[in-house]
Design a protein around this ligand. Structure first.
Ligand code: HEC
Length: 151
């Protein structure tokens, strides 16, 4: 009972603070969330770019893990891009197509998830960076940026 009351209390605090936010604050939070997710994608990408450039020694365990994380994060992209806050007038680097061509956007996210998983799986069995798999994953980033991200 105490737990239930506590849970209701916490839920009400969370929802009332969400309600107290202005529309603009809520729209900004939506933008921050999607940009934040993409920053995390970049965070897991960075060490692998370092390895490709020869600045960091190839580490199969790191590539397996980081590419696996990118696959998981890619699956979240359609969710964080679901809210359409373009009418808030707030600026972001997303292009309108991300909402107008939603099915294609979702497909491009799915494509990244698949290719990142393939890289993760092949890293296990390789003692050098599987460059073709890495390149395929990088193309999945580029394909979506070219279509839906401002230059
Ligand atoms: C399904 C589409 C899609 C895919 C796939 C995708 N991105 Fe993006 N990315 C975007 C969009 C759209 C933006 C601009 C977001 C905004 O500002 O609203 C963006 C922005 C970013 C940013 C800037 C985030 C910030 O605001 O600081 C980084 C970093 C990034 N992407 C890295 C990557 C990497 C690395 C990959 C591949 C591993 C990737 N993205 C794949 C759509 C995508």
């Amino acid at each position: 009972m105490v737990k239930l009351v506590a849970a209701i209390f916490i839920a009400s605090v969370i929802s009332s603070s969400a309600l107290a936010k202005s529309n603009e604050e809520q729209a900004q939070a939506v933008i921050d969330t999607r940009q934040g997710l993409l920053k995390v994608v970049g965070f897991y990408m960075q060490p692998m770019v370092g390895m490709v450039k020869g600045k960091i020694k190839y580490d199969a365990i790191v590539v397996e893990k980081n590419a696996g994380k990118i696959a998981e994060l890619a699956a979240m992209l359609p969710d964080v891009f679901a809210p359409d806050v373009r009418n808030s007038g707030l600026l972001s680097d997303s292009l309108d197509g991300a909402w107008e061509d939603r099915a294609d956007f979702v497909e491009k996210a799915r494509n990244l998830a698949i290719r990142a998983q393939v890289l993760s799986d092949s890293a296990k069995a390789s003692n050098i960076m599987p460059m073709n798999k890495f390149g395929d994953m990088g193309k999945a980033c580029k394909n979506c940026h070219r279509a839906y991200r401002k230059k």
